[in-house]
Design a protein around this ligand. Sequence first.
Ligand code: PHE
Length: 332
Amino acid sequence: KIETGLEGLSNSKELYEFRSSYLEGKKSKISELMKEMRNLAPEERAGYGKSVNELKEWAIDRFSKMEEKMKQLELQRRYESEKIDLTLPADETGIGNLHPITLVRNQLIDIFAGMGFEIYEGAEIENDYYNFTALNTPKDHPARDMQDTFYLSPEFLLRTQTSSGQIHVMESKKPPIKILSPGRVFRSDDDATHSPMFHQMEGLVVDKGITLSDLKGMLDLFVQKIYGEGTVTRLRPSYFPFTEPSVEVDCSCFECGGKGCNLCKGTGWIEILGAGVVNKKVLENCGIDSEEYSGFAFGIGLERTAMLKYGINNIKMLFGSDLRVLKQINEK
Ligand code: PHE
């Protein structure tokens, strides 16, 4: 009976219950057999008891062997059910891409590094002297109003322009100087094309005999590389305290080739950066002889460049985390 019963069992729980019905407690089958003893003649009792005890020993042994077997079986079943199919193709995880500002920054660095510029990364916290005074913008100078400044204290401020880096470089290095300074700048400005934090890239070249035409030649090369061959520049007179003369630089519209379209508002030209010949006063402020040396400087807005290049019309799109926008702008 035990043997046939065992055959019908399929898991440890059933086995445990089956075993209990034979071996555990006063109501178990073996106990019941023992109770039968009182109905026997006294001389038969010893033999009967011995047989029942043997049966019990045998059953205990049989059940423990069966337990062992059942455990093995269950383990095997578990292995089967948890088996991993290593040949299944993996779920696709999207690869991220560089942020548009990073893309533009890298492109510009590539282009200017190719022209021999070195990178100088200045500090975002500056004092009044480096951000304004040394750049020929003393207190009360009306040009300070052009850049609405975040002051941290009467002395310190968040730089409003990467031009502050020019002073540090010229104070610490003798010409020839050829540096490119990318970084964050800050102004209290907030609308569709302005953000309180944005990025600029400053260029500064100081050497003997540097003129505005060197600037123009370099910029022509630059716009061809970034906006495509055939793009040309035009300089318009402007004003910055630290350059004299100062220019606003336009490039021919790369969207319509100069015929006039939405991007260039029908003018055929797009404003891309501010620049000029380094003001002699600025050179002198840094201890550079303005009779012997001259230079040019330019400042490019990276958000503006990215917006032009990728057709983005609101600067906030660059600082939101909308993947629909960010995924589209993806140059490998
Ligand atoms: N610093 C100027 C600005 O932020 C840009 C500039 C840089 C102009 C260098 C001339 C030369 O508007």
